[in-house]
Design a binder for this molecule. Structure first.
Ligand code: SAM
Length: 194
């Protein structure tokens, strides 16, 4: 079979693309590029509403400050921070369906100028603008998160963790509360003022 010169050029170009495209795609694949896959750091369990209010009060969240809820679930802490404390709030949630649910609640309440949800891995989100961080994770997760919080949070920022301590940090307050006959413990940490 005789090929026309244009056909030869076309086939050569296709052969080159067959090599280039997979290499380029591998470059774009975060896992192949060495970025760790997001890890599910805690199961989905909601904080009861009275606990949400108490955690935010314990953190001394003020109007105009920014709260980050890492692993925000259905967004209840974000909504309370905005509605009851006048704060801005950012939630980070790995589960696309929960992130969608939280976004829908924010929109339904017209709070989209004050509150936003990032669907993704909390380990990959910059938290340096937070005045307060709220956590309801697990001890191991808090341990993984601690170096990131130390690196990124500003002096004087507060971290409030429900049920699980942050090993290596000393809480400035520990509060125990019973809700629906279930005892809860809240830990407040404050980053040193430089
Ligand atoms: C115990 S729930 C707390 C939900 C909410 N903060 C509350 O107190 O009601 C923990 C949440 O963290 C989310 N999560 C787990 N690993 C995560 C990760 N790597 N990045 C972002 N969210 C994560 C889970 O999907 C779950 O919704």
């Amino acid at each position: 079979m005789r090929l026309w010169p244009t056909e030869i050029v076309k086939r050569a170009a296709l052969a080159a693309l067959a090599v280039i495209i997979p290499a380029w795609a591998a470059d774009l694949d975060p896992q192949q590029a060495g970025v760790p896959a997001p890890q599910k750091l805690a199961p989905y369990v909601t904080s009861p509403q009275p606990i949400v209010e108490k955690m935010l009060a314990l953190s001394r969240l003020k109007s105009g400050e920014t709260l980050f809820d890492l692993g925000c679930g259905d967004g209840r802490i974000l909504l309370s921070a905005a509605k009851n404390f006048g704060a801005k709030a950012v939630g980070v949630e790995l589960s696309p369906s929960l992130a969608r649910r939280a976004t829908q609640s924010i929109e339904a309440q017209g709070l989209q100028d004050q509150v936003k949800v990032i669907q993704g891995d909390m380990m990959a989100v910059d938290v340096s603008s937070a005045s307060v961080v709220s956590l309801y994770l697990l001890t191991d997760a808090n341990e993984q998160l601690r170096p990131k919080l130390e690196r990124e949070l500003k002096p004087g920022a507060r971290v409030v963790s429900l049920e699980f301590k942050i090993k290596g940090w000393k809480p400035s307050r520990v509060e125990k509360v019973e809700v629906h006959r279930h005892p809860y413990t809240m830990y407040l940490y404050e980053l040193p003022q430089k």
